[in-house]
Design a protein around this ligand. Structure first.
Ligand code: SF4
Length: 380
């Protein structure tokens, strides 16, 4: 399967017309090589942005650097990102994923996942590890910081988040005695009255509708409650949801690629269903597509799903009338590597370049120009 730039009118390919709400992008055409094993949809509408966000890019490249630098096993607390294929690829490279730092032998290299970890987990990892890297997304760190600041000022935090999700668990652990988690209007109604001033914070990967319904109920119940100037929903979550909403009403079916434990993936699927799409399929990969899928099929991917999964899905759909990419915004956010990885890259660059499966990240400056999908595809 290949999605490659071709001159307009090239033979043997299905044409892709890219559209953009800003009107800044020229139309272009890409070739979709057909597979024998295909579903044959009429057309695919492909969301942009989709797939890897800046936080996931940063975490995957950081773990790849660890894998290339240290002999196995490298330990990772929780799945580095919520995608089964990404995790499998790292397991093949000798990464051992654990749910407790107690399972990590003293003196081992440890990475903490992108979702953020409880403060005591970070402390334990720093005591246990020979080289410890916290690859928490900076936008999750921002919410942790806000919890600390608000609670330090005497507030109680009402936190909108999914029960048991690793990001929510890590955030609530920042001030466990001063946070109440809610995820529905009923949860808000069931809260007791509070004597302290209240602040409203949220998990970064919620569906915008889930967030706004609960936030409105909380503000109605507690009118004096402090809320941040902007919600905690991150740019990647918001952009992927906006892209889907921009064309879901044109689709007979919507395919959302991502793992069932990926909150932003589930939010995309839920949004498509709530928007009235008749058939919404949340799949791990092309092998889970049904044998028949007709009409216009929308395709998007959660923030931890690699682009190679998207390519395989389009190949299997084999749309008769090609692929139209619908872009609502350009996403050029970049998060530099966590500080220990920056130090490692700097130290190693002076002795020898660090090669990550082909692309070479030999300096901090080069890191920006190497994509995690590329690193992952060549991680062998
Ligand atoms: Fe960070 Fe948002 Fe990506 Fe989560 S989805 S890793 S919060 S950018």
């Amino acid at each position: 399967m290949s999605l490659s730039a071709l001159p307009p009118g090239s033979a043997n390919g299905l044409l892709c017309q890219r559209s953009c709400h800003s009107g800044q992008h020229p139309s272009h055409q890409i070739r979709v090589t057909r597979y024998a094993d295909r579903v044959t949809a009429d057309q695919v509408l492909l969301a942009a942005p989709r797939g890897f966000c800046a936080g996931v890019e940063m975490a995957i490249k950081a773990l790849a650097t660890m894998v290339r630098t240290f002999p196995p096993p490298v330990y990772c607390y929780h799945e580095i990102v919520h995608n089964r294929e990404v995790v499998r690829r790292f397991e093949e490279q000798g990464v051992v994923f654990v749910d407790s730092i107690d399972d990590v032998p003293q003196g081992s290299p440890i990475m903490l996942s992108a979702h953020g970890s409880a403060p005591e987990v970070v402390a334990d990892a720093e005591t246990t590890g020979s080289f410890t890297v916290n690859s928490v997304c900076p936008l999750v760190t921002k919410v942790h910081h806000e919890v600390r600041v608000r609670v330090g000022k005497g507030f109680r935090v009402i936190y909108v988040g999914h029960e048991g999700h690793e990001e929510a668990v890590g955030t609530m652990a920042v001030a466990p005695d001063a946070i109440d988690r809610v995820e529905s209007i009923e949860d808000v109604a069931a809260l007791p009255d509070f004597n302290e001033p209240l602040a409203l914070l949220a998990q970064t990967t919620l569906s915008h509708r889930d967030w706004s319904d609960v936030a409105e109920a909380a503000k109605e119940r507690f009118p004096e409650m402090w809320t941040p100037g902007r919600s905690d929903l991150c740019f990647a979550t918001t952009n992927r949801q906006s892209a889907l909403l921009s064309f879901v009403d044109r689709c007979d079916a919507m395919v959302v690629i991502g793992s069932p434990n990926s909150s932003n993936t589930l939010a995309l699927a839920k949004l498509a269903a709530e928007s009235g799409c008749d058939q919404v399929l949340r799949i791990n990969g092309a092998h889970e597509l049904p044998d028949e899928l007709h009409g216009v099929v929308g395709v998007t991917a959660g923030a931890s799903a690699p682009e190679e999964l998207v390519s395989a899905v389009i190949a299997k759909l084999a749309p008769t009338n090609g692929v139209e990419e619908v872009r609502v915004v350009d996403e050029d956010e970049y998060f530099p590597p966590p500080p220990p990885i920056r130090d490692l890259l700097t130290a190693l660059a002076s002795a020898a370049s660090v090669t990550i499966g082909g692309p070479t990240i030999s300096s901090i400056g080069a890191d920006r120009h190497v994509g995690a999908s590329e690193v992952l595809a060549k991680l062998v």
